[in-house]
Design a protein around this ligand. Structure first.
Ligand code: MG
Ligand code: ZN
Length: 221
């Protein structure tokens, strides 16, 4: 079962709630919701949306850290990682959220050694914040900050675990998908091979059956 590469979404999949939304709700001017409406209506991509929203955050680092430290993750995630490692699979956290937030939250569980591909959150040292998108892809129609289809490689069979719109573009190229919430309907509509999950406990239960589910002649070692 070696060589499988797992791409795991963060907000709504590892983190129970959307961390960026929590930061904006607490620290950004109300204008962030108007920008959010533009994104929901499809007038702008998530990269443009989040870049504008993060610039509205007005908070010292200490306050941001305190909020991040109150965010909780799916309780099955640490055991899921342990299982994946035991099975020789690699796990990369791929997120259209903010790298600093993800790393800090994972550090609370001793899991910040996992590779993270996400938007970069920058702090001006006072109360100002900004966002960069090192993993954006001009080639992808999704116009995400982090384009997950750019991070996937064809060097290893790929399992995507995710729940929402930021997972749509890569779902079509992954070898198999563990889908939650809105991603379930997307996979159904597009005929993408997937299993529906309610949480990471389900993902953990399905993981040993992955090669069988994906229908691949994987060599067990
Ligand atoms: Mg998500
Ligand atoms: Zn993409």
């Amino acid at each position: 079962m070696r060589d499988w590469m797992i791409l795991c979404d963060f907000d709504g999949t590892i983190a129970v709630d959307d961390v960026t939304d929590a930061l904006l709700t607490k620290f950004a001017a109300a204008e962030w919701m108007r920008i959010e409406a533009d994104w929901r209506a499809g007038r702008i991509g998530s990269r443009e949306c989040m870049t504008a929203q993060v610039a509205l955050i007005d908070a010292p680092q200490q306050a941001v850290d305190a909020l991040l430290d109150s965010m909780i993750i799916d309780p099955a995630f640490p055991a899921f990682i342990a299982d994946a490692v035991r099975m020789g699979m690699s796990v990369t956290v791929v997120s259209d959220g903010l790298d600093y937030a993800i790393r800090r939250i994972l550090a609370g569980y001793g899991l910040d050694h996992l590779p993270i591909r996400a938007n970069r959150l920058l702090h001006d040292g006072d109360r100002g914040w900004s966002m960069r998108s090192p993993f954006a892809s001009p080639a992808c129609a999704a116009a995400s900050g982090t384009c997950k289809c750019r991070i996937a490689t064809d060097q290893a069979p790929t399992l995507l675990i995710g729940d929402g719109q930021s997972d749509f573009c890569v779902a079509g190229t992954a070898d198999y998908v563990f889908a939650k919430d809105r991603l379930i309907e997307h996979c159904r509509t597009k005929g993408i091979p997937h299993s529906s999950i309610a949480d990471l406990r389900d993902a953990r239960r399905l993981l040993p059956r992955l090669p069988e589910l994906a229908g691949m002649a994987t060599v067990f070692s």
